[in-house]
Design a protein. Structure first.
Length: 196
């Protein structure tokens, strides 16, 4: 059965249990039932009375048609106090100073790319699209494309968003959303010209 991969990013203080039933993972090696790190069923599902988790492994749930939603804690949302504040920062994305990413101490403070300063230095992003490509290159199934990307960026770009050999696909829309949030966080942290 074809199930959509739905992710919802929230503040780190968000209590996932308020949304539904926590998905379950069966760890074959440990022979243990574990809570899925972020998976929640928003619809009614059978519940294991001992654990309070879904009564089936999430992979089985996918196969029989239950839709798991991943509610992901995202520290990016913790630094904004209101939608108006985020809108103000978004309005400044076109004037972002990309040189901010040339300083390792700055990159270390940013979500998604913090541990990838060498990659940032290799790509030297100068646009949201370039930064989206960096986010896609971070994925294990795409890291091998870096040298080709550096030589032929536009020709290689499409390959970054195709299904990899491990079956994973990272959509350009996801990478673009992450890139926008990275820039918003950078503007908030490092651009002293913001008025709130």
């Amino acid at each position: 059965m074809n199930i959509f991969d739905i992710d919802i990013d929230t503040q780190t203080s968000t209590d996932r249990s308020k949304f539904g039933t926590r998905a379950m993972i069966y760890n074959k090696e440990q022979q243990k039932i574990l809570p899925h790190p972020s998976g929640i069923y928003l619809e009614p599902v059978p519940v294991d009375l001992m654990s309070g988790l879904a009564a089936f492994d999430y992979e089985y749930g996918n196969n029989v048609g239950f839709q798991k939603v991943d509610i992901l804690h995202n520290t990016s949302y913790d630094i904004f106090n209101s939608k108006a504040e985020l809108d103000e920062v978004l309005s400044r994305v076109d004037t972002f100073d990309w040189n901010i990413l040339a300083k390792e101490s700055n990159v270390l403070q940013l979500p998604h790319i913090g541990n990838h300063f060498e990659l940032i230095q290799a790509v030297k992003p100068k646009s949201i699209e370039d930064l989206s490509d960096v986010v896609a290159l971070i994925r294990p199934g795409k890291r091998n494309l870096l040298d080709t990307y550096l030589k032929h960026k536009h020709a290689t770009r499409k390959q970054l968003y195709l299904r990899s050999t491990d079956g994973m696909v990272f959509k350009k829309s996801h990478a673009t959303s992450y890139a926008l949030m990275i820039v918003c966080v950078a503007i908030k942290k490092f651009d002293s010209g913001i008025r709130f």
